[in-house]
Design a protein around this ligand. Sequence first.
Ligand code: ATP
Ligand code: ZN
Length: 285
Amino acid sequence: MKEVLKIAIQKSGRLNEKSLGLLKECGIKINNGGKLMSSSSNFPLEVFYLRDDDIPQYVAEGVADIGILGENEVLEKDQDVEIINRLDFSKCRLSLAIRREESYSDLNWFSGKKIATSYPTILKDFLEKNSIDAEVETISGSVEIAPGIGLADGIFDIVSTGSTLLANGLKEVEVVMKSEAVLITNSKLSLTKKNLLGKLLFRIQAAKGANQNKYILLNAPNKNLDAIIDLLPGMRSPTVLPLAEKGWSSIHSVISEDDFWEVIDQLKDKGAEGILVCPIEKMIV
Ligand code: ATP
Ligand code: ZN
């Protein structure tokens, strides 16, 4: 039987759509299969839909070859899996928070206190490393209400914008870890599966590159060409084409999403006109 790569993704929740989106950006078509599993019509891949909490164990045991989940869940479950790629989505942080009216000095505030969390492994590890002796109360959901109902003095939970903390009268006092979606695997892959994973990683890289970059076209006076080229290094170097109008050129290049607004301002300062910025479908460097 032909070997296929088995990937575990979240069944429903914050990571489901983005995980499927990533596979789509990799050109992988997923058939509308069953609730538990579906396969691809154009890549040797089977997709398993699981709770994110179960993904590390399934991958560690080799039921799935790879998985997509939050780095926080990987650390919390502490299974024998390896993070092989960071995926740039579902970014959040895990933080300690306390009641807004409390005055906070430093981590010692938590000594002898009770902290509610759904991430006891990460929290205990952090407390131990910092020699803080606090009691960890493990609860599975709605951690943010624990201080308000007297269940704990503080919480350790996922924060993205901080609005949930605010709504519950809490303030963030320590960021313990930053997290994003990651791709994990085990050390049991056959050579065939390793090759398939290599192909998938190549496509993921191309999709990530495309998401992180834009294609930019602009017109510039020739006298400022050098200055503009310095601002737009491109993949090797920008393309420069003469315009029909004398003394002007069209410049094409690739620009990082992160640098985008800052560079645009500088380009305008150097006389750039007619700037077009387009999305990139795939980028292979
Ligand atoms: P499941 O039913 O699969 O157990 P869950 O309730 O544990 O799902 P979700 O709330 O869907 O998990 O979150 C999945 C992951 O998304 C988290 O482990 C974390 O990495 C990330 N995440 C959680 N909350 C946020 C947020 N507010 N912003 C960004 N990423 C987040
Ligand atoms: Zn979960």
